[in-house]
Design a protein around this ligand. Structure first.
Ligand SMILES: [Zn+2]
Length: 253
């Protein structure tokens, strides 16, 4: 069944490369590292600027650690994992982990960041209900859905002076220069970029989330991370000329 589906899936097109600045927006520490850190390493190597915006500090992500103690641990892990792939700017919106509400407040916060950073490319994370293109796949988390949808919506908000006029009053002029939103971890990818140049740093970047990973699995962390990321890149590469790849669903504007 899945073999037949793979054969019928179209090839992934190369990601656009004619941009200078990207802003990646996700719900939690580790979302970008599971999703696309190898691609980000490759892009920053090429002189591009990438900034991270996280809706939460992932404080509800470790069962054995109280959120108050967990937040600074996960923030530090996120900053370290960003540095590994050449990302210096890491901002946290401090929405509450696990119960992020899709709504005007979230859209406004993301639109404000887009106006501050003025990216041509916005990177988001799976906003769909499940992790599978086929019916009945694993259910996505409400935080990913809320932040993913709000990110797609906030791109338009950032460009319109009249949607959140309070942002303009704060000195954040509209930015209508976003040309694409690229959704990592999508169930329906359309584009890809080679994972090869950035893979080792992508692995190192995810390994920075050590407290999270050690609570998640009994396996040896590096073995688990390497197998997960290289396996996923290889499967993606089946639709990208056999080159291990990171995929995105690209929404042009
Ligand atoms: Zn997440």
């Amino acid at each position: 069944m899945s073999e037949k589906t793979e054969q019928t899936l179209p090839a992934l097109a190369p990601m656009p490369g004619d941009w200078r600045r990207a802003l990646a927006v996700v719900a939690h520490p580790d979302d970008l590292e599971y999703g696309c850190a190898a691609a980000i390493a490759h892009w920053t190597d090429g002189g591009r600027e990438v900034a991270y915006l996280l809706a939460t500090r992932g404080e509800a992500g470790i069962d054995t650690l109280d959120p108050v103690a967990c937040a600074p641990v996960r923030e530090a892990e996120q900053r370290a994992s960003a540095a590994v792939v050449g990302v210096e700017s890491v901002e946290f919106l401090d929405h509450r982990d696990g119960v992020i509400e899709y709504g005007l407040g979230l859209r406004r916060d993301i639109a404000a960041a887009i106006r501050r950073h003025r990216p041509e490319l916005v990177i988001g994370f799976n906003h769909r209900d499940t992790w599978s293109p086929e019916p009945g796949g694993p259910w996505n988390t409400p935080d990913h859905v809320a932040v993913g949808r709000a990110t797609l919506d906030a791109v338009g908000d950032a460009g319109n002076r009249w949607i959140f006029p309070e942002l303009t009053e704060q000195g954040l002029e509209p930015w209508n220069g976003v040309r694409w939103v690229a959704v990592a971890g999508s169930t329906s990818p359309t584009h890809a970029v080679s994972a090869e140049p950035g893979m080792e740093r992508g692995i190192e970047s995810l390994l920075c989330h050590r407290a999270y990973i050690e609570a998640l699995t009994d396996r040896e962390p590096e073995e688990y991370v390497r197998e997960f990321l290289t396996g996923f890149a290889a499967r993606t590469g089946e639709r990208f000329g056999g080159v291990p790849a990171v995929s995105f669903e690209l929404y042009p504007r």
